[in-house]
Unconditional design. Structure first.
Length: 126
């Protein structure tokens, strides 16, 4: 979802699970602000994200949700984009060298010196 010209900071939805603490620490080194929430305890987070989108801000989130299966888009992402009057932009990332987590997500952590490529796979008005 794209930011408006006035450049509000981006918000990233990150799980409340302690497994995501490393992601919060990583995002703390960027201009991205973290909103903690989950699919089962995320009402306050959803309100924050909707307010931000309606003000023209950008929201970053995993489209496959916290319970998987990995890479399968869940309906909450499109719902949030529709309610926030925002475009939905699907991006994919490739990593030349990485370590994969052994959980359901199979998250890839880039190794030092690796190349990370980002590409827009699809964009639509939700």
């Amino acid at each position: 979802m794209f930011a408006a010209a006035h450049r509000l900071p981006s918000l990233a939805l990150v799980s409340e699970n302690r497994d995501a603490d490393f992601l919060c620490a990583l995002l703390a080194t960027t201009p991205v602000c973290v909103v903690r929430g989950s699919s089962s305890h995320g009402q306050a987070a959803v309100r924050s994200l909707l307010t931000h989108l309606r003000a023209g801000g950008t929201v970053i989130m995993a489209m496959d949700g916290p319970r998987g299966p990995a890479l399968e888009e869940k309906p909450g992402t499109a719902w949030l984009a529709r309610q926030g009057h925002a475009a939905l932009v699907r991006m994919e990332f490739d990593v030349s060298r990485c370590v994969r987590l052994s959980d359901w997500s199979r998250l890839r952590l880039p190794l030092p010196g690796s190349v990370v490529r980002a590409r827009v796979r699809s964009a639509r008005i939700a």
